[in-house]
Design a protein around this ligand. Sequence first.
Ligand code: FAD
Ligand code: HEM
Length: 447
Amino acid sequence: MSFDIALIKESWRLVEDRQGKVAADFYGLLFARNPAVREMFPPAMDAQRDRLLGALTRIVLGFDETTSLIDYLRRLAVDHRKYGVAAEHYPAVGRALVSALRANGGDAWTQAHTDAWTAAYDMIADVMVRAAEEQGAGVPAWWNATVVSHELRTPDILVLTVEPGEPYPYHAGQYTSLETPRWPRVWRPYSIANAPRADNLLSFHVRVVPGGWVSTALAHHTRVGDVLRLGPPQGTLTVANSRAERLLCVAGGTGLAPIKAIVEETARLPHHPRVDLFHGVRRRFEAYDLDDLLALSERHGRLRVVTAISDEAREFGVPETVPEALARHGAASDAEVYICGSPGMAVATVRRLDTMGVPRHRVRYEAGGRAVSLAEPALLPPSQPLAAPVIPELPAMPEMPSIPELPGTSSAPPGSFAPPAFSAPGYRISPFIPDADQLADDDLPLP
Ligand SMILES: Cc1cc2nc3c(=O)[nH]c(=O)nc-3n(C[C@H](O)[C@H](O)[C@H](O)COP(=O)(O)OP(=O)(O)OC[C@H]3O[C@@H](n4cnc5c(N)ncnc54)[C@H](O)[C@@H]3O)c2cc1C
Ligand code: HEM
């Protein structure tokens, strides 16, 4: 597979400052020429309207044929079946893409530019069409799942459990996408908060985003017995092949969901590794899953749970950030590390682990649905302010897992991320260590 990437990049510069117009033209052309396709997209296409186009252009611009990109495209293709996308839709999208680019390229746009984009799109579409046929064969395009439990554990954190109508094979640490009957065609990714179970049930930890379409619908307009739709499992933050003797799991807020699934999975690994789980929240009541975690700790036998609670005057302990809690309680330098939470928490944690001698190549962090090893060069140089935390140039950059913006921090775009404002007023984390009798036997400070 080859096409002229230099020509593509050159032509991109011709339209780069007209991206909004390109997006409007792209969708306008796509829907005008193929009215039936409009039904696949969400009713409101304002802020999100360049999801597909944005991903497409990023992929074409960064296409380097690595295995991970091809794998990504294959998974994307299987996932696209939930939208109702079939092979015959791909040429229409390609034509709309190229027309929209050409229409905005001005006089400097040439036939060679058009040809280069067409060739690139065709290659990508080819990978996706074949993957949808081959890997999608026999796999449902989506799963109906009945809500069996709906618990608002705090005013804005929901623990939801569903029972898919058919087996739903996945690995602990993966996420799925959810669609509610209230907002058909509006899909959002949510991490599955449990390892695969014999009864096929899946749990989710949903933080309500004020005004958010899906999180609000799940929290306030969903009842036991309602039927949701699930897309195929996605994500690579899994532990299935780990042989590590020790795991260090660090979660912020509802970033606990995939981490909890991973921890559950470790109890089933033949070598039954020791696990330290640090969960950072801002206020005590936000430690919404503590009872379950302590019960898990008892069943697991080799799990230590530490919850860091922020910004409340409290009777126990000195205020500590999650990284400070880590330093106080210790982390084995040979531990395999899994992190899921806000970029600020993740980066501060990694910096702390640096000082504790935990090599970066052992650290995995989920960024936008993709697990990334921090060993990837230049992703997080020790003294740099955070480059897009561990997010390499890669397609599909959905939002980060839902952690509300912290006071004193800003949600800068990837690439211009500011250091975590742990010292900012309103974000001081204090430790909460469960009572001694709630700890497992080996919950002693690590060497
Ligand atoms: C791989 C992956 C896994 C995820 N797992 C989980 C999970 O386990 N639990 C969970 O609760 N969420 C998770 N999310 C986030 C989730 O997919 C949704 O983005 C979130 O629930 C908001 O969706 P919504 O439709 O309610 O809000 P939208 O309608 O998408 O957003 C409404 C408004 O809120 C803003 N907004 C969106 N998210 C946030 C936020 N976090 N903080 C502040 N403003 C925001 C939007 O920019 C928009 O202006 C995950 C995301 C990814 C990419
Ligand atoms: C080369 C081809 C394509 C690529 C690389 C691509 C990529 C993407 C990506 C990355 C997303 C965002 C996914 C997410 O947020 O989970 C997306 C969304 C979507 N794509 Fe595609 N896509 C392609 C072709 C198509 C085609 C042919 C159709 C059918 C018309 C289609 C329909 C959609 C729809 C309906 C969405 C959801 C949009 C939304 O929720 O706002 N895509 N696509």
